[in-house]
Design a protein. Structure first.
Length: 100
C-alpha cells in the first residue's frame, strides 16, 4: 500500500470501469496508460507525481496501444523516441490494424 496521496483523476478517463474500485497500485500500468490516453495535462501531472517518472516511462514504453496523437505526447513527456514504444513498433509491423 502506498503512503502517497491518491491522485484525483477525472471520472471520464475511467468511464467503463468501477472508478471507486480501482486499485491504483495493483493496476498501475492500466491507470497510467488510461491517463495518457484520455487525461488532460493536470491528470498527467498527477499521474507522474504519484507513480514517478520511471514507472510511468516503463508502463508507456510497454503499452500495447496508445492513440497516435497521444503516443507523440507520451514521447515528449518522457523524453523517449517513438521507436522505443512497443505500440509504435507494433503499429509499424501491422499498419492495416490501425486505420488512422
Amino acid at each position: 500500500m502506498s503512503d502517497k496521496v491518491k491522485p484525483l483523476f477525472d471520472k471520464r478517463i475511467f468511464w467503463d470501469v468501477n472508478f471507486e474500485g480501482i486499485d491504483y497500485d495493483a493496476k498501475a500500468n492500466f491507470v497510467i496508460e488510461r491517463v495518457f490516453e484520455r487525461g488532460d495535462v493536470e491528470d498527467i501531472r498527477q499521474c507522474r507525481r504519484y507513480y514517478g517518472d520511471e514507472k510511468v516511462t516503463m508502463a508507456l514504453l510497454n503499452a500495447k496501444y496508445l492513440p497516435e496523437r497521444r503516443l507523440y505526447l507520451a514521447s515528449a513527456v518522457i523524453g523517449k523516441p517513438l521507436n522505443e514504444f512497443r505500440c509504435y513498433t507494433l503499429r509499424q509491423s501491422n499498419p492495416e490494424l490501425y486505420p488512422y
